[in-house]
Ligand binder design. Structure first.
Ligand SMILES: Nc1nc2c(ncn2[C@@H]2O[C@H](COP(=O)(O)OP(=O)(O)OP(=O)(O)O)[C@@H](O)[C@H]2O)c(=O)[nH]1
Length: 602
């Protein structure tokens, strides 16, 4: 039997990265008896290796807890801007949220963005001031900050330490007392939101749902309203956090279903599930198809690995519908794939998984955003066509281009006063337009509009290093704008290296070109001949460096007859070779492709 509405509480946890969300979730699970101490040894909610290592949550998960006769569904949400849409769907499945703020760090930009979303969903928000065990904790100051900056009442904030287990019962009680029960009609046609989906090797695609109206049962024929497909449900259940099968789920409940679906791409987050025979009239609001925003080429270092790369990429895609790929050939890099990602972190995660889980050596080409290009009117055409450009290598001839538009973002940076000057300079250097600057409790909140292209490479890294980690950053896309953009090619030994070509703003082309050439000069080892490195726009060279010739004999340093030492050096050189790409007659090391794009302190 489905749980009675009045006994259900659905909540998520909002927190800035590292403020203790996962630790608190684990505590709540442990306190409510979901797992034994030993099973708790590993953090349960962050269950992917990379998540654990980087300490960030990538995929949303949910757990059903029992507390004093109530069923509490805890929804874990991803903690990074790249996954903002998944966050918004998870929040839409809840009636309340715990707002976890680190007692030593205070409120940060990411917290703000998520909390405002939560407020928009009419959530009851329970502030939790975490890490009060730290000597540097200032709970009263943070309480003040929550009231002043976020504008919600924090007088009844729960003081807690997820690490030492302080305040856990109070948090559970507050959830039952303060968060409203969900509403819904068990007799209405089924309407359930697809909150998340992932691929499980044993169960196939597992779909997390929040039932709004009606009942969802094993053996029921359901229809995905946006996708238009129908499926037969073969399992219904919940995670406690171990899987438990249930006969059905009713209104207000959160749980999972399986329906012999093979790919997560068929189960898009935000879709509405309904009964195939007695469908709901209207789908739920808020469905959005997430689109990749950053593209790059992935090529195997060893051309013989191409098939392996294809298989690995296809397998990853089974589990990640937001990532896209299509085959690409490059004059220099051979066969590979053009892949699309939600952002740079997403790119890094996929690249790391391919390297680590599938043991592949990869070359990643310069990441690029999506440009909109308006072509001049060709003979026989009524008007110029518009194309989307995902790869700088495909840029049409300049005289065919009427105009180019690039994507822009609105960024909110939150930074302690002492770093403000350097952060403003960084934004200004990246063609930013300042929109707002306000002070809240000794910290500045800066709003900038920036071209996405200037942000994708290393903006976040630079922001963090300039502010020693104190600045936080959040952004949303605000559409395309026309810009004076040109394609810059890099020529190594007089041959264009298409993997290094990029689209840049005309005003920054020269500096960017000079920087690229200088870095490549250091990244490409000397050869037996002189190697010119040039940056060019069209036929015009705008920067140039030369790598001097050298006779490279690695064993020369080994005086004496230590054969094993010599062997080792030769092996090492061989290893080094494997990671190089032959370009004409020049060998370019794998790292050079990405390292050359780091803009540094230009
Ligand atoms: N001293 C202290 N440390 C804590 C407490 N809660 C969490 N931590 C530590 O803070 C760090 C971050 O905690 P997590 O729970 O991984 O943070 P998170 O908010 O889940 O991070 P994301 O998954 O990236 O959003 C870890 O090293 C925890 O051990 C606490 O109450 N006191």
């Amino acid at each position: 039997m489905a749980t009675e509405l009045s006994r259900i509480r659905n909540f998520s946890i909002i927190a800035h990265i590292d403020h203790g969300k996962s630790t608190l979730a684990d505590r709540l699970i442990q306190r409510t008896g979901g797992l034994t101490e030993r099973e708790m040894s590993a953090q349960v909610l962050d269950n992917m290796d990379i998540e654990k290592e980087r300490g960030i949550t990538i995929k949303a998960q949910t757990v059903r807890l029992e507390w004093k006769g109530h069923v509490l569904n805890l929804m874990d949400t991803p903690g990074h801007v790249d996954f903002a849409y998944e966050v918004s769907r998870s929040l839409a499945a809840c009636e309340g949220a715990l707002l976890v703020v680190d007692a030593a760090q205070g409120v940060e930009a990411q917290t703000l963005a998520n909390v405002y979303q939560s407020i928009e969903h009419d959530h009851e928000i329970i502030p939790v001031i975490n890490k009060i065990d730290l000597p540097s904790a200032e709970p009263e100051k943070v309480r003040h900050e929550i009231e002043e900056i976020i504008g919600i009442d924090a007088s009844n904030a729960v003081l807690a330490s997820a690490k030492s287990g302080i305040g856990i019962d109070e948090i559970l009680d507050a959830i039952v007392e303060r968060i409203p029960a969900p509403k819904g009609d068990p007799d209405a046609p089924l309407k359930a939101m697809l909150v998340d989906s992932w691929y499980d090797p044993y169960l196939g695609v597992v779909i997390l749902v929040r039932v709004i109206d009606g009942m969802i049962k094993k053996g029921q024929q359901i229809k995905f309203m946006a996708a238009g497909t129908t499926h037969l449900i073969d399992r219904v259940g919940a995670f406690r956090p171990k899987i438990e099968q249930l006969p059905d789920l009713g209104p207000g409940e959160i749980g999972f279903i399986t329906a012999q679906i093979k790919e997560v791409a068929q189960a898009r987050v935000g879709d509405t599930l309904t009964d195939a025979k007695r469908p709901a009239l209207q789908a739920l609001e808020g469905f959005k198809e997430v689109q990749p925003v950053v593209f790059c080429g992935l090529f195997p270092v060893d051309a013989a690995d191409f098939e392996k790369l294809r298989e690995s990429i296809s397998r990853l895609r089974l589990n990640d519908a937001s990532f896209s790929f299509e085959m690409e050939t490059s004059a220099a890099l051979g066969f590979g794939f053009r892949c699309g990602f939600l952002g740079l972190l997403h790119l890094e995660i996929i690249q790391e998984r391919l390297t680590r889980e599938y043991d592949l050596d990869l070359i990643t080409t310069a990441p690029s955003v999506v440009y909109k290009i308006k072509l001049t009117k060709a003979a026989g055409e009524a008007a110029g066509r518009e194309i989307e450009l995902h790869n700088p290598a495909d840029m049409p001839d300049p005289n065919r281009i009427e105009s180019i538009e690039e994507p822009w973002i609105k960024a909110v940076v939150y930074v302690p006063d002492e770093y403000l000057g350097s952060i403003l300079k960084l934004c200004q250097d990246r063609r930013g337009i300042q929109k707002d600057l306000t002070y809240v409790g000794g910290r500045a909140q800066i709003t900038y509009e920036l071209p996405l292209n200037e942000v994708v490479f290393d903006f976040y890294d630079r922001l963090k290093s300039i502010s020693r980690g104190y600045a936080s950053f959040d952004y949303e896309q605000i559409g395309h704008r026309e810009g004076d953009l040109v394609k810059m090619s890099i020529l190594v030994n007089n041959e264009p290296v298409d993997a290094l070509s990029m689209i840049v703003h005309a005003s920054t082309a020269e500096t960017r070109g000079r920087g690229m050439c200088e870095r490549l000069k250091d990244l490409i080892p000397r050869h037996l001949f002189k190697i010119p490195i040039q940056a060019a726009i069209g036929g015009k060279v705008i920067a140039r460096e030369t790598i001097a010739a050298l006779r490279k004999d690695v064993t020369a340093k080994c005086y004496g007859g230590d054969a094993s030492r010599k062997r080792k050096l030769l092996d090492k050189q061989k290893e080094g070779k494997k990671r190089m790409r032959e370009y004409g007659s020049v060998q370019i090391p794998q790292e050079a492709f990405i390292a050359a794009l780091r803009m540094g302190e230009e």
